[in-house]
Design a protein around this ligand. Structure first.
Ligand code: ME8
Length: 523
């Protein structure tokens, strides 16, 4: 078994159906774990739904149904989204599960035992939409002068008896963490933002509520029922531990904790890099190695909203363009960490140029020529000398550049290096014109096709984490066994020798990426 690698996404609020932002995060996370597995690691992905709190309670009340029913119905849409987008998670955690209640209460007991919880009275601004407390100084004025959170959501004045967590006591330890581990908060722009916030001084955090009961009960002394439920973020963050079986299953927990990466959006970096490490320090648990705050996806540059009428269902996009093209587009088009924009035209244009016309065409014409001109026989290649220069270009892109960039979560840069190698292969085909060599120099034609065949193997294995279904179909056509499809296996040629030895022929190829035709397509 390879080295463990534990990746988590945010757990989504199931107060509505999944939107493009949820799909984006899930696709990025799935690509990371597939890439880590391809490199030989024992990678584990956890995702799920964040089902408690006022936001869920209010939505359920508006719909006239119990909160649990809302959570049950909506979380199923998130599970369905993962299935539709080919997200290979290991755990889908719902915070309403009993095991999660147990874990959250255990965390609470530890904070209490450490002397970090005390009873007080909360008076301040709260945003239900963000499930967050804000300082007066953070608020901005909306149209008509009403107060809004920095995220632009409504806030209400809240006065309530509450448990407090001594966050202020962790200010120095948090600043030391950010200084000693510069990679803890990524990208750097988010790190600077958080450091400024913490340097400004931290107040103790209100961590329980008494005005509603849709949440996890605060454990009372001597087992008596408490009137408090936990602040939803305390319970939500604990999900990362619950999914590893904490506190009941030390074997899994010890293997995978601390997490290698919490992948989240930029709006919730504060919860993950200030509150979460402080809670873990108090509970005596190790801290995650890194938190990455990705950017927001915008629909033609605009935030999606019901009032603008521009809300896109990610599953409609997947149905229209295909799951693999959608995955490819999102990771290729947007610099990971920055905000990005998408539109149907942009998806079609990008995928047609790169997946259909470049990579797909390379595969299709190479395999067709092997099928037609060589009767699909690979045996004839055995004595061929490959063109080392082209293969060196491909190897550099697929064994070095793409893995290096993907390890650093620079998906667009990794794919760009890969694309440059695809272009080099297509230029090689045009230059060598193997179709013309059939009559004039059949031995040379075989050498050219053999070179391309090996290049396609590398290119396909490298890009498989991004476009898993299409890549697996190409690897099936080429005949690489399932257990030899990793980046770690790129140098192996034994599968090829085995194919030659068995005398198996290549079948007529099936297009990996047909051209996307869509209504707005002028071509
Ligand atoms: O924040 N583009 O849940 P959530 C990209 N329950 N990402 C986006 C986005 C967009 N337009 N909109 C949202 C929560 N996201 C909490 C998390 S974790 C312990 C609790 C991202 O359903 C957002 O940043 O509002 C977050 O990472 C994820 O989608 C879920 O958002």
């Amino acid at each position: 078994m390879g080295e463990p690698y534990y990746l988590t996404t945010a757990i989504s609020y199931p107060n509505g159906r999944p939107h493009i932002g949820h799909a984006y995060e899930a696709i990025a996370a799935d690509t990371i774990v597939r890439f880590q597995r391809s490199c030989g690691r024992d990678a584990r992905l956890q995702t799920g739904t964040d089902e408690h709190g006022l936001k869920m309670a209010q939505k359920a009340r508006d719909l006239g149904i119990p909160a649990k029913q809302l959570a049950d119905e909506m979380s199923q849409h998130f599970i369905d989204m993962c299935a539709a987008l080919n997200i290979e998670y290991d755990v889908f955690l719902r915070t309403s599960e009993p095991r999660h209640h147990r874990a959250s209460q255990e965390l609470w007991r530890r904070l209490k035992a450490n002397g970090d919880l005390y009873l007080g009275r909360y008076e301040g601004w709260y945003s239900v939409r963000d499930e967050a407390f804000y300082e007066e100084s953070e608020l901005v004025a909306g149209e008509g002068g009403q107060k809004l959170s920095p995220q632009g959501t409504p806030v209400e004045w809240t006065v309530e008896e509450s448990w407090f967590f001594r966050l202020s006591a962790y200010t120095d330890r948090l600043l030391t963490l950010y200084r000693d581990q510069p990679g803890f908060i990524r990208p750097d722009s988010r790190r600077n933002e958080i450091m400024r916030f913490v340097e400004g001084g931290l107040r103790d955090l209100s961590v329980s509520r008494t005005s509603f009961d849709w949440g996890i009960r605060v454990p009372g002394d001597d087992g008596e029922a408490s009137a408090h439920v936990m602040y939803v973020w305390v319970d939500a963050l604990t999900n990362y531990l619950t999914g590893l079986g904490w506190p009941d299953d030390p074997a899994t927990f010890d293997r995978f904790w601390p997490a290698d990466l919490h992948l989240i959006g930029k709006d919730i970096v504060r919860f993950h890099t200030v509150y979460w490490p402080a809670l873990l320090m108090s509970a005596g648990l190790a801290l995650p190695k890194a938190v990455f705050g990705h950017g927001f996806l915008l629909n033609r540059g605009q935030k999606e909203s019901k009032s603008l009428g521009n809300v896109t269902d990610p599953l409609d996009l997947a149905a229209q363009f295909g799951v693999d093209p959608l995955r490819y587009f999102l990771l290729r088009e947007v610099v990971f960490g920055a905000d990005g924009s998408y539109s149907a035209e942009a998806i079609a244009t990008r995928c047609n140029a790169e997946l259909a016309n470049s990579y797909g065409n390379l595969v299709q014409r190479t395999l067709s020529m092997i099928f037609k001109n060589c009767d699909g026989e690979l045996a004839g290649f055995a004595s061929c000398e490959a063109d080392d220069r082209l293969l060196a270009t491909v190897a550099e892109a697929t064994r070095e550049a793409l893995p290096r960039e993907f390890s650093a979560l620079n998906f667009s840069a990794g794919i760009e290096a890969w694309m440059a190698a695809v272009f080099a292969c297509n230029a090689y085909v045009d230059d060598q014109a193997p179709w013309a060599l059939r009559k004039t120099d059949p031995a040379r034609m075989r050498a050219v096709l053999y070179t391309l065949f090996m290049a396609i193997r590398d290119l396909t294995i490298a890009i498989a984490p991004v476009v898993p279904t299409a890549a697996q179909a190409v690897l099936d056509q080429i005949g690489i066994p399932h257990d030899q499809r990793g980046i770690a296996d790129l140098a192996r040629a034994d599968w090829y020798m085995a194919r030659v030895a068995s005398g198996e022929r290549l079948a007529a190829p099936v297009a990996a990426f047909p051209r996307i035709v869509f209504a707005g397509d002028a071509a």
